[in-house]
Ligand binder design. Structure first.
Ligand code: OSB
Ligand code: MG
Length: 393
C-alpha cells in the first residue's frame, strides 16, 4: 500500500545514495553555444519551432591525485518562454551571470552529487533555471562516469542494459503533414507515436490515424491547451477514450496536478503529466492524489531531466514511481546529440518508450553523432561517461 503522507515518502527519497567517489575540485568552467535548424519544423499547441540554440557547459575537475577530467552537458531551452517560462536568452544569461561565476570560484571539495548541487542550489539558493542547471549537472555526471570508468547509467542502475525502446513525437502543422510524418516514422520501424493535439485538432486527427494504423502504440500531447471549464474541450477529451490511446499528456494548465486528477476520474485513458512535474515532491503529490481517488493505474509521468533541473532529480522521480507502480517514460526537449545521449542513459530507469528520435534526423547538422537507432530501439552507450560519439563543438 502507498504510504498516506508525503512525510513518509520523503525518507524514501532521501535514502537514495549518490554514487560515491573521490573528492573533486573544479578547475575550469565554460560553455559552447551552437545554433541548429530542425529538419522538420515542430508544431505544438503553443507554436512552431524551426531553429534552436543549445549551450554545452564544460567543467574540468581535478582529483586528489592530480588527474583532470572534463565533463560536458547540454542546456535545451526553447527559443521563447512558451513551455516552461525558459528561453534561449534567459538560459544564456543564467549561465553567464549566475552559474559559471559560482562554479569558477568554487574551491569546495565535492564528494558527491549533493555537494555539487549544493554549490548552486543549497549554498547560494539559485531557484529554478532548470535548463541551465541540467547542462551543468550533466557535465558532472559525464566526468564521474569517466573517472569511475562506467557508462553514466551504471552509476544509477547496477545491471547492463543494451537498448531502450524509442518512440517519436510528431508535431505536424496539419493532418496531412502529421500523417506523412507518421508514415516516415513507421517506415523506419518506430512503433510508438505521440502526436501533438489542441482543441479543434484532436478527435478527427486521432480517428484518421487509427483508421490507417489500428495497431500502433499511439498517444497524444496537448501541452496545456484544454480548458476544464469549456464543455467542448472536455467533450473532445472524452471522445478520445474511444481510440485506445496509451495516454493523454498534460491537457490542462501547465502548473496543475489536482484538476488533472479530477479529469482523470472521468476518462478511461491514462493522464500523463509533463509540465506540472518539476521535482520528486510533485510526483509524490500526484501519486497520492491519484491513489486516494483509486485511479492510480491511470497516472503516467513523463520525466524529462531538463524539465526537473537535472538527472539526479529525474532518478529520484523514476525510483519513486517504480515503487508505486506508476509508469514513466523519458520525454524530450528537442535536444541535440549530447542531450539525447544523456536522456538515453536515464531512460534505462523508465518503463515506456521515450522521445529519443525524430521521424528521421532531428537537425540539418548536429554537434555529434546521435545515439544509434535501429528497429524501434536505441543503443545505450557502454563507454565511460555519456559516451558521446564524434563531438565537434
Ligand atoms: O511537450 O513533450 C513536449 C518538445 C519541446 C517542448 C515540449 C515537448 C516537446 C516534444 C518533443 O514533444 C520531444 C522530442 O525531443 O522529440
Ligand atoms: Mg509534453
Amino acid at each position: 500500500m502507498i504510504k498516506e503522507t508525503y512525510l513518509e515518502t520523503l525518507p524514501f527519497l532521501e535514502k537514495i545514495k549518490p554514487p560515491l567517489h573521490e573528492p573533486l575540485r573544479i578547475i575550469g568552467v565554460g560553455f559552447n553555444q551552437r545554433n541548429f535548424t530542425l529538419v522538420a519544423p515542430f508544431t505544438t499547441s503553443f507554436g512552431t519551432i524551426i531553429q534552436l540554440t543549445r549551450f554545452y557547459p564544460r567543467i574540468v575537475f581535478r582529483t586528489e591525485d592530480g588527474r583532470e577530467i572534463e565533463g560536458i552537458g547540454e542546456c535545451p531551452p526553447l527559443p521563447y518562454p512558451w513551455y516552461d517560462g525558459e528561453a534561449h536568452h534567459l538560459t544564456k544569461l543564467a549561465l553567464n551571470e549566475y552559474f559559471l561565476p559560482l562554479l569558477r570560484n568554487s574551491t569546495i571539495s565535492i564528494k558527491n552529487i549533493n555537494d555539487f548541487i549544493g554549490i548552486y542550489g543549497g549554498i547560494t539558493g539559485i531557484q529554478r533555471n532548470f535548463m541551465a542547471k541540467v547542462g551543468v549537472e550533466a557535465a558532472y555526471w559525464d566526468a564521474v562516469g569517466k573517472l569511475t570508468g562506467k557508462p553514466v547509467y551504471q552509476l544509477w542502475h547496477n545491471q547492463e542494459v543494451k537498448t531502450v525502446p524509442t518512440g517519436t513525437s510528431v508535431g505536424g502543422r496539419n493532418i496531412y503533414e502529421t500523417l506523412e510524418r507518421i508514415k516516415s516514422a513507421i517506415d523506419i520501424g518506430i512503433r510508438r507515436i505521440k502526436v501533438k493535439i489542441k482543441p479543434g485538432f484532436d478527435v478527427d486527427l486521432v480517428k484518421t490515424i487509427r483508421e490507417k494504423y489500428p495497431d500502433i502504440l499511439l498517444q497524444v500531447d496537448a501541452n496545456s491547451a484544454y480548458d476544464l471549464n469549456n464543455h467542448d474541450h472536455i467533450a473532445a477529451l472524452k471522445a478520445l477514450d474511444d481510440y485506445n490511446l496509451l495516454m493523454i499528456e498534460q491537457p490542462l494548465w501547465n502548473d496543475d496536478r489536482y484538476y488533472h486528477m479530477l479529469l482523470s476520474q472521468i476518462l478511461q485513458t491514462p493522464i500523463c503529466l509533463d509540465e506540472s512535474i518539476e521535482n520528486a515532491r510533485h510526483a509524490a503529490e500526484a501519486i497520492q492524489m491519484w491513489q486516494k481517488a483509486k485511479i492510480l493505474e491511470r497516472l503516467i509521468i513523463n520525466i524529462k531531466p531538463p524539465r526537473v533541473g537535472g538527472f539526479w532529480e529525474a532518478v529520484k522521480i523514476a525510483r519513486l514511481c517504480r515503487q508505486y507502480g506508476v509508469k514513466t517514460w523519458c520525454g524530450g526537449m528537442l535536444e541535440t546529440a549530447v542531450g539525447k545521449t544523456a536522456n538515453v542513459h536515464f531512460s534505462v530507469l523508465t518503463d515506456l518508450p521515450g522521445d529519443h528520435v525524430s521521424q528521421g534526423k532531428y537537425f540539418v547538422e548536429d554537434v555529434a553523432e546521435p545515439p544509434n537507432y535501429h528497429d524501434g530501439v536505441i543503443d545505450v552507450p557502454q563507454q565511460s561517461g555519456w559516451g558521446i560519439k564524434n563531438l565537434s563543438l
